[in-house]
Design a binder for this molecule. Structure first.
Ligand code: NZQ
Ligand code: ZN
Length: 390
């Protein structure tokens, strides 16, 4: 196990009707005026936004608001938010929604006290040394942004989808998680969330770091729980227990717990970010296409952990032939993704002829000569993985 620092100060407030505590919690964290950020309107239609505002009013907290954040959030909305936040002098960002809304709020939080262009942080030109506080009301278990210090934004002009990681400053101060809010999610969106959280775990699990038994077991246990609860939700979408378990799995998957002490991989995410940047597909659906292809590639190059995954998560019997075990595990994973309604190749994703050269060129321009750690991918390797996803 490698040395590590794990700093995760978020207060999670979990359960039914917890959104009604948002005003009190915002006051507890010193907010005088919050800026509510939301997406395309699901929170308006469900009445959640009204309940959040009511709770703020009851606690004597002022607010302003910005809606219209789109999935695969873009820089232009961040600029708009920075301007509004400065004008209104809000002191806490309150995203009400999913990863796209939360990530936009985090980028605004970092951008407001900074004199330059917030995009500098995403391209490594500047470091975030100060940020406004962010607090979350989560409506979709998926990206894990409610517990992570990350923000992922796409620059419209260049179609670069890049992530920023600042756990010390961008982890939310509190995150409200009411599993009942997820009942209104379209099944496809729910399935995408399930794939995303699974891959957040797998990016950490597929490591060459030795003596990480605790991380391995946390990862395997959480993956098994996700698969089991996903089947329950398929049978009964209003199964509160299953929704609750999945929602907490989404946080555990990405708040860092599962990966401490490991060299993490993240190649699948970077390969996918190019796909969602260029073709604007849903992140989780992009992952259900890319990850099986990445695993097939790994079965031929470094099968050890893929075979262990196959055995411990999907019950593939142990054998001397690790590659065969690994490939059997990939088949089971694809079967699971298909069962919950996800694509497992580019065609099913609606991209008949992906421009593989463009995807790989952009990936290595953004991320350098080598991508990932489990096997360091060259541009040729990346192209092969994209081809395996055809
Ligand atoms: O916009 P509205 O109308 O609210 O609808 C949203 C949106 O269309 C809808 N939705 C959310 N909650 C709902 C609901 N519809 C009905 N009922 C509800 N309760 O779902 C759609 C997707 O929302 P989005 O926020 O885009 O989903 P998600 O949480 O999956 O976030 C995806 C984004 O997060 C990034 C992804 O790349 C993508 O841009 N990621 C962020 C990470 C992070 N910050 O740590 C890590 C991830 O790996 C990921 O890359
Ligand atoms: Zn993800």
């Amino acid at each position: 196990m490698n040395n590590f620092v794990f700093y995760s100060p978020t207060e999670f407030v979990f359960g039914k009707e917890t959104e009604m505590q948002v005003g009190i919690l915002a006051g507890k964290y010193g907010a005088r005026k919050v800026m509510i950020v939301y997406g395309g309107g699901s929170v308006v239609r469900s009445g959640l936004l009204d309940r959040v505002k009511q709770s703020l009013r009851e606690a004597g907290i002022q607010y302003c608001e910005m809606g219209g954040v789109q999935p695969n959030p873009v820089d232009t909305k961040v600029y708009e938010g920075i301007e509004l936040c400065r004008r209104e002098q809000a002191d806490l960002l309150l995203p009400v929604g999913g990863g796209s809304v939360i990530d936009t709020a985090k980028a605004i939080a970092a951008g407001v006290p900074y004199e330059g262009d917030f995009w500098d942080f995403f391209i490594g030109k500047a470091k975030v040394v100060k940020a406004l506080k962010v607090a979350v009301v989560l409506t979709i278990p998926a990206a894990g942004s409610e517990g992570s210090g990350n923000s992922v934004i796409t620059k419209v002009d260049t179609l670069q989808k890049l992530s920023l990681r600042v756990p010390e400053l961008l982890r939310p101060v509190f995150s409200i998680m009411n599993p009942e809010l997820t009942y209104t999610l379209p099944p496809f969106q729910m399935a995408c969330g399930i794939a995303d959280m699974m891959v957040h775990i797998m990016e950490r699990y597929f490591t060459n770091t030795q003596d990480v038994e605790i991380s391995d077991r946390l990862c395997e246990g959480t993956l098994t729980a996700i698969i089991k609860e996903a089947y329950r939700i398929q049978r009964n979408p209003e199964d509160y227990g299953a929704r609750a378990n999945i929602m907490w799995c989404g946080t555990i998957a990405h708040n860092g717990t599962c990966g401490v002490g490991c060299e993490e991989d993240w190649a699948s995410h970077f390969l996918e970010h190019e796909v969602s940047a260029i073709y604007n597909v849903t992140h989780g659906a992009g992952l259900s296409v890319i990850v099986p292809a990445w695993m097939i590639f790994m079965a031929g190059h470094n099968p050890k952990k893929i075979a262990q995954f196959a055995n411990r998560v999907f019950g593939i019997p142990e054998s001397e032939d690790l590659e065969e075990m690994a490939l059997a595990g990939v088949s089971r994973l694809k079967h699971f993704f298909r069962f919950i309604g996800l694509p497992v190749n580019f065609k099913e994703l609606g991209i008949e002829e992906p421009d593989i050269d463009r995807l790989a060129d952009s990936l290595h321009r953004n991320k350098g000569e080598f991508v990932g750690n489990y096997v360091k991918l060259t541009k040729q390797d990346s192209k092969e993985i994209y081809r395996l996803a055809l």
